[in-house]
Design a protein around this ligand. Structure first.
Ligand code: NDP
Ligand code: KAL
Length: 257
C-alpha cells in the first residue's frame, strides 16, 4: 500500500502558533508528502501561520482567512480553495472557543450566549465546513476534528466546552453516517492535555498534567507530534475502513477509572 500522501491536498484549519495541534498535524502531513492549504482567522495569526509554513521545505502552501462563525466566509474560503487547487483529499478541523470566564467556577452559571458561542465555534463549524468542503472531495476524503475527554466525562473547569465537545462528537458521527456514501470518512482525535495557546491561563493546567504523569498508563503527556502521526494515519489509506471513530491519543488516560 502507498503510504505517501504525495499528490494529495489537505486543508488545515486552526494554526495559531508553533504550539498549535494543527501545526503538529501540518508537519506530519508535510513529511508524508502532502500539499497543504491553511486557514486562519485574524491578521495576527495570518502572519504567524505564513512564517511557520515558510519553514516547510518544498511546500508552496496557500492561505485563506476563514472565520467559522460566518457562513459567507466559509463558503468563500472553500470556493477559492476549489478554484486554486481543485480537488482536496482531507481536512483537519482544529478549532474551539469558549469565553474564558465560563471555563472555571460553577457550570450552573453558564450563560445562554456563552453556551451558544461554544457550540457555534467548536461544534456547528464542523458541519458547516464539511458541507463547504464536500464538493472539493471528488475522490472521497478524510475529515478530522479534535476533541477532548471532557466531552465524555466531567472534567473540572472544562464546563461549557465539555458540552460543546459532546456535541462535536455526535456531530462527527452524524457526518460520518451521512458522508460515507460519498467515500468521505469523518473521525476525531481525543488528545490528552497539550500546552497550547488555548490551554494558557485556563483552569489548573499544571495539576491536570501532573495527574497524567502519575496516573496515565504511559505516565507521560502526549505531544503535538504524536497527534500529528495519528492524523497522518487517519488521512492515509491505512485507515480506509475507519469512520465515525474517536481515537484517544492520550497516553491511555481515558481507560483509568
Ligand atoms: P490553539 O489555541 O493553538 O488553536 C485553537 C484555534 O482555534 C486557533 O487557531 C484559533 O484561531 C481557532 N479559532 C477560534 N475561533 C475561531 C473562529 N471563529 N474561526 C476560525 N478559527 C477559530 O489550541 P489547540 O491546538 O490546543 O486547539 C486545537 C483543537 O484541539 C481545539 O479543538 C481544542 O479543543 C482541541 N484539543 C486541545 C487539547 C489541548 O490540550 N491543547 C486537548 C484536546 C483537544 P485564532 O487563534 O486565529 O483565533
Ligand atoms: C480541563 C482543561 C483545562 C482548561 C479548561 C478549559 C479549556 C478550554 C479550551 C478552550 C478552547 C479554550 C479557550 O477557548 C480559550 C479562550 O477563552 C481564550 N484564548 C484565546 O482566545 C486564544 C488567544 C485563542 C488562540 O484561543 C482560541 N481557542 O481561539 C482542559 C485541558 C486539560 C485540555 C484542553 C486545553 C482542551 C481543549 O479543548 O483545548
Amino acid at each position: 500500500m502507498n503510504l505517501s500522501l504525495e499528490g494529495r491536498t489537505y486543508v488545515i484549519m486552526g494554526v495559531a502558533n508553533k504550539r498549535s495541534i494543527a501545526w503538529g498535524i501540518a508537519r506530519a502531513l508535510h513529511e508524508a508528502g502532502a500539499r497543504l492549504v491553511f486557514t486562519y482567522v485574524g491578521e495576527r495569526f495570518g502572519n504567524s501561520v505564513r512564517e511557520l509554513a515558510e519553514t516547510l521545505e518544498g511546500q508552496e502552501p496557500l492561505f485563506y482567512e476563514c472565520d467559522v462563525t460566518d457562513d459567507e466566509s466559509i463558503i468563500q474560503t472553500f470556493e477559492s480553495i476549489g478554484k486554486d487547487v481543485g480537488t482536496i483529499h482531507g481536512l483537519a478541523h482544529c478549532i474551539a472557543f469558549a469565553n474564558r470566564e465560563e471555563l472555571k467556577g460553577e457550570f450552573l452559571n453558564t450563560s445562554r450566549d456563552g453556551f451558544l458561542t461554544a457550540q457555534n465555534i467548536s461544534s456547528y463549524s464542523l458541519t458547516a465546513v464539511a458541507r463547504a468542503a464536500k464538493p472539493l472531495m471528488t475522490e472521497g476524503g478524510s475529515i478530522l476534528t479534535m476533541t477532548y475527554l471532557g466531552g465524555e466525562k466531567v472534567v473540572q473547569n472544562y464546563n461549557v466546552m465539555g458540552v460543546a465537545k459532546a456535541s462535536l462528537d455526535a456531530n462527527m458521527r452524524y457526518l460520518a453516517s451521512n458522508l460515507g456514501k460519498d467515500n468521505i470518512r469523518v473521525n476525531a482525535i481525543s488528545a490528552g492535555p497539550i500546552r497550547t495557546l488555548s490551554a494558557k491561563g485556563v483552569g489548573d493546567f499544571n495539576s491536570i498534567l501532573t495527574e497524567i504523569e502519575e496516573r496515565a498508563p504511559l505516565r507521560r503527556a502526549v505531544t503535538q507530534e504524536e497527534v500529528g502521526d495519528t492524523a497522518y494515519y487517519l488521512m492515509s489509506d491505512l485507515s480506509r475502513g475507519v469512520t465515525g471513530e474517536i481515537i484517544h491519543v492520550d497516553s491511555g488516560f481515558n481507560i483509568i477509572g
